[in-house]
Design a protein around this ligand. Structure first.
Ligand code: BTN
Length: 256
């Protein structure tokens, strides 16, 4: 069923929302709205996204009626900004857990994995005015009814409906997700948010291959630091600090 503006407004009130049947990227619209004064918590929602942007310059296409495509505007204190990527993953994790899912985890830094496959992506983008943080757009895509089973992504991607064997109402899912965004955004900068994210990571203790700058690096993911960087020990025992700007190529978790 297509999303409708009137139903979204009624269900998500009093939150300020903008709804589009089809957009290039909800993050682009939210970035403009942030600049023109959107309140914290405002959300841009779309049914179809043609040129969605993903991490590392990748694209994130979303067919109509198949997913959650949402960008939330937040105005956190700038000293807490490193937690924004944790916040998005945590809110999606909680929303899916609330549906009764059991096999859930966060793949560093912010992919939620359901039945060991990627169910969502998070793309935060900050807006600065010199050294002043004006705000951040937290873009989230969650697969709801896309059937990946006959596609090239059959072993790497999954949808909520497929994993849980039920058909979920996307407005209800958006409502649950945005409530968890509110919950965690009021806890930005806290140890609780960091610990909750860290405790849900699936990579710790696993072999990982990471592209750090020009170098592919193989080692064991030993920990994360409070800024969210992954601490990797290579085969010579050298410790590397891997940040979200580096690419996690693969880990044991990708090969169940
Ligand atoms: C990833 O590469 O894993 C992150 C994908 C993020 C996609 C979401 S969908 C809503 C928002 N709008 C965009 O253009 N991108 C994000």
């Amino acid at each position: 069923m297509p999303l409708s503006a009137s139903e979204l407004e009624a269900r998500l009130a009093p939150r300020k929302i903008q709804f589009y049947e089809s957009v290039n990227s909800t993050n682009d619209i939210a970035l403009e709205w942030l600049q023109s004064g959107a309140p914290s918590g405002a959300a841009v929602i779309a049914d179809e996204q043609l040129r969605g942007r993903g991490r590392m310059g990748r694209t994130w296409y979303t067919p109509p009626e198949s997913a959650l495509v949402v960008s939330v505007i937040l105005r956190p204190p700038d000293r807490t900004l490193h937690q924004i990527t944790m916040l998005g993953a945590l809110a999606i994790y909680d929303m899916i857990e609330s549906l009764g899912a059991a096999d859930l985890g966060i793949k560093w830094p912010n992919d939620v994995r359901l039945n060991k496959r990627k169910v969502s992506g998070v793309l935060p983008e900050a807006v600065w005015d010199g050294d002043q943080l004006r705000g951040v757009v937290l873009g989230m895509g969650v697969n709801v009814s896309i059937d990946f089973r006959t596609t090239d992504l059959a072993h790497s991607a999954i949808s909520i409906n497929q994993a849980l064997g039920r058909t979920f109402d996307r407005v209800d899912l958006l409502d649950r997700l945005l409530r968890r965004i509110d919950h965690w955004s009021s806890r930005m900068g806290t140890q609780t948010l960091f610990d909750s994210w860290k405790n849900r990571l699936v990579n710790i203790g696993q072999t990982v291959i990471v592209q750090k700058g020009d170098l592919p690096l193989r080692g064991t993911a030993e920990a994360v630091d409070t800024f969210g960087a992954l601490i990797v020990r290579d085969q010579h025992g050298t410790i590397h600090r891997v940040t979200a700007g580096d690419v996690l190529l693969t880990s044991d978790e990708d090969h169940p």
